[in-house]
Design a protein around this ligand. Structure first.
Ligand code: AMP
Ligand code: TRP
Length: 332
């Protein structure tokens, strides 16, 4: 059976980008057709300046939202990365497989490293090694597929390279995974700055729709989205990135096609109204279910604890095999 692994970092409140790029597909498709594991990758939240209480709060919130969005613990495994030692344990072996040159080429390292330096902060070593830990997440679980947004392509490519290299050097150990992306909205852009990704850790929230925003906040943000100085609604990412972004969001919500949706809208105003309505309707059940689940933290904890146990049991033999293959003496 196909195995699927994916994760979300608790570095901020989850956004519409997270939902359309990743979470919605996990719920609607992936958990039904494969042995799937979905993880709050909390160790990855420690790669940049962080506040311990906030990471704890966001980790719980991310897990609750994953369940609220419809991940069903009867169908898939939902857990927290730091509850399963195998990830960090395998990461070290992959650090012995990767080179510093290939990690320094990672776009996210360059961008976030520059940002940290500009803010006068040190760049944590873990920011450089982070994609190796991500590779360990994926390889420890023998995933065939990794459903992610477009921004993660380079990291999944690295994971493939490391798996192939390890297998060539030490014998067949890892499944070589591939990234899968949604057909539309694989890269949802910031509504105020359509040249950059809608990312949860941006300082200003005006261009970001959060999954837990109230309906009128969502509406306001979408109605104020930056479009361009033209009038005609056209689907062209190059010349009209703001309009293209709205069309993709609307297409993702309604199951339509961005080009066809452009043709049926006469003005930016009507496109924005339809998009706002569609997003509000899409997120309403998630927000309602989140409110219910958040009252019952015992339930979420139980799910995470059972999930960690399953994930640990499944990953352990694979990581043990990698330890043996690379030349370490078995413990017993
Ligand atoms: P992160 O928030 O970086 O942990 O991302 C979790 C998942 O959401 C990954 O699969 C990302 O590729 C995806 N994702 C994050 N932001 C966006 C976005 N703006 N558009 C599409 N997918 C996204
Ligand atoms: N790096 C991913 C992101 O920023 C999160 C992540 C960590 C992940 N480990 C993973 C995604 C394993 C998929 C599979 O979004």
């Amino acid at each position: 059976m196909t195995r699927i692994f994916s994760g979300l970092k608790p570095t901020g409140h989850l956004t519409l980008g997270n939902y359309l790029g990743a979470l919605r597909r996990w719920v609607e498709v992936d958990q039904h057709r494969a042995e799937a594991l979905f993880c709050v990758v909390d160790l990855h939240a420690l790669t940049v300046e962080h506040d311990p209480a906030r990471v704890r709060r966001l980790s719980r919130q991310a897990a609750t939202l994953m369940l609220a969005a419809g991940l069903d613990p009867e169908r898939c495994t939902v857990f927290v990365q730091s509850h399963v030692d195998e990830h960090a344990r395998l990461s070290y072996l992959l650090e012995c497989t990767a080179t510093d040159g290939e990690l320094r080429r990672m776009i996210q390292y360059k961008e976030k490293g520059t940002r940290a330096r500009e803010a006068g902060e040190g760049v944590r070593l873990s920011l450089l090694t982070y994609p190796v830990l991500m590779a360990a997440d994926i390889l420890a679980h023998g995933a065939d597929e990794v459903p992610v947004g477009e921004d993660q392509t380079q990291h999944v490519e690295l994971t493939r390279d490391l798996a192939v290299r390890f297998n060539q050097r030490y014998g067949q150990t890892f499944t070589v995974p591939r990234a899968t992306r949604p057909q539309v909205a694989a890269r949802v852009m910031d509504l105020q700055d359509p040249g950059s990704k809608m990312g949860k850790s941006h300082e200003s929230g005006a261009g970001i729709v959060y999954l837990l925003d109230e309906a009128d906040q969502v509406r306001k943000k979408i109605m104020r989205a930056v479009t361009d100085s033209g009038r005609e609604v056209r689907y062209d990412r190059e010349s009209s990135p703001g309009v293209a972004n709205l069309l993709e969001i609307l297409a993702a919500c309604t199951g339509g096609n961005p080009g066809e949706l452009a043709a049926v809208h006469q003005s930016y105003g009507s496109l924005k109204r339809d998009t706002a309505d569609a997003v509000v309707e899409l997120l309403r059940p998630v927000r309602e279910r989140h409110a219910e689940l958040a009252k019952d933290s015992g339930y979420v904890e139980e799910v995470l604890s059972a999930g960690a146990e399953r994930a640990r049991a499944a990953a352990r033999p694979r990581v043990d095999a990698a330890y043996a293959a690379i030349g370490l003496l078995p413990g017993r």
